[in-house]
Design a protein around this ligand. Structure first.
Ligand SMILES: *[C@@H]1O[C@H](CO)[C@@H](O)[C@H](O)[C@H]1NC(C)=O
Ligand SMILES: *[C@@H]1O[C@H](CO)[C@@H](O)[C@H](O)[C@H]1NC(C)=O
Ligand SMILES: *[C@@H]1O[C@H](CO)[C@@H](O)[C@H](O)[C@H]1NC(C)=O
Length: 330
């Protein structure tokens, strides 16, 4: 109670002193000008937005902006919207980026909105080349991961309008989130780009992936362990590797996957359509329940429906012991 009233007094003083509190926070006013590196400007504007006790919007107007990496962490005091109308460009050389799984990462937030018609351009071409060269040599991608956008422990949030383009690795990584919606975003990378999954989910509940065109080089949507209540609707996938559950069962501590609905989707020019893959000889039992696929159109798909309980690429496991999987309700 005491803390609350202090906040109110502080914001009244702030209001009285500066006159405005309601207006949007424009990154240009924090030193983040088009055709420049906006990493520091973003840090400043995020710090101010995160401390705001009323809902606040950060605006990135149209223009090209460079950044090697952004980490936007909460918890914050009130809902934040980040409206991106500009084009964010990553360096094409992955070695000039900080060691981080994501190029742009939002973490530990409640009520985040990312909107606008902006583009996150991961400039992945050089990295795909290196990855596939390393891969064909020893089936090992011995380099840093740089997914375009990460949402870690972000609840009650919406991502809409923006485009993720030419990510060096996965486009969207959603991990540990509860009630998050990706609506009408665009995802694009060439069909032969390496490891560019469209949306990967891990340990998240109540996720909606709606109205998205995904053209990429790996799975359009993939679900890792611990995902519950996932809806994939009105999604076009292709080129890419289809919609995938797994791979699962490779490690000891994996959580069950339950409640997937894939509805009114078109999958075209892909390697797989709908796939569930688990590793053999897994150390534990994992249950995959309540998988629903309805109204899915497939055009030029090599393996339309594929359930692979012996997923064991490049003989990296013991195929003799088969993990127990219970398929129920579909
Ligand atoms: C998100 O929701 C989970 C489950 O209700 C909760 O444990 C966690 O603290 C929430 N995180 C934030 C950042 O609000
Ligand atoms: C999920 O998040 C959205 C966006 O913040 C919100 O409008 C909605 O009420 C949330 N749903 C639940 C069940 O909390
Ligand atoms: C099915 O999805 C397509 C987009 O892929 C959309 O245009 C169409 O309106 C959807 N149909 C229904 C009944 O929601």
């Amino acid at each position: 109670m005491k803390k609350f009233s202090i906040d109110i007094i502080v914001s009244f003083i702030f209001l009285a002193y500066f006159g405005v509190v309601q207006g949007d926070l424009n990154i240009n006013d924090y030193g983040g000008k088009p055709n420049s590196d906006i990493t520091e400007a973003f840090k400043k504007v995020w710090t101010e937005a995160c401390a705001s006790t009323s809902a606040v919007k950060i605006v990135i107007p149209s223009g090209n902006y460079r950044t090697n990496g952004i980490v936007a962490e909460g918890p914050c005091k009130a809902p934040i919207e980040v409206q991106v109308d500009g084009i964010f460009q990553a360096p094409s050389d992955i070695n000039s980026m900080p060691k981080s799984d994501q190029w742009i990462r939002f973490g530990t937030m409640d009520h985040l909105t990312v909107s606008g018609n902006g583009v996150f351009d991961g400039q992945g071409a050089a990295t795909w080349k290196q990855s596939s060269a390393a891969w064909s040599k020893n089936h090992n991608v011995n380099q840093k991961v740089s997914q375009n956008l990460g949402f870690y422990f972000v609840n009650n949030s919406i991502v809409t309008g923006i485009t993720s383009k030419d990510s060096k690795n996965f486009h969207f990584m959603i991990y540990g989130c509860e009630n998050i919606t990706l609506d009408a975003v665009k995802i694009s990378a060439p069909g032969d780009s390496t490891n560019t999954d469209g949306v990967h989910l891990g340990k998240s509940t109540d996720v909606k992936i709606l109205n998205i065109d995904i053209a990429t080089g790996d799975d359009c949507v993939s679900l890792g362990d611990g995902c519950r209540k996932v809806l994939v609707q009105n999604v076009k996938c292709g080129p890419g590797h289809g919609i995938s559950v797994g791979s699962l069962g490779r490690f000891t501590q994996e959580d069950n996957v339950e409640g997937l609905i894939v509805k009114n989707c078109t999958i075209s020019d892909t390697e797989n359509g709908l796939r569930i893959k688990t590793w053999p000889a897994g150390p534990g039992t994992i249950t995959i329940t309540d998988m629903n696929f309805e109204d899915v159109t497939m055009v030029s798909v090599r393996n339309p429906i594929i359930i692979d309980q012996e997923y064991c690429p490049w003989n990296t496991c013991n195929k003799k012991v088969i993990i127990t999987i219970n398929f129920e309700d579909g």
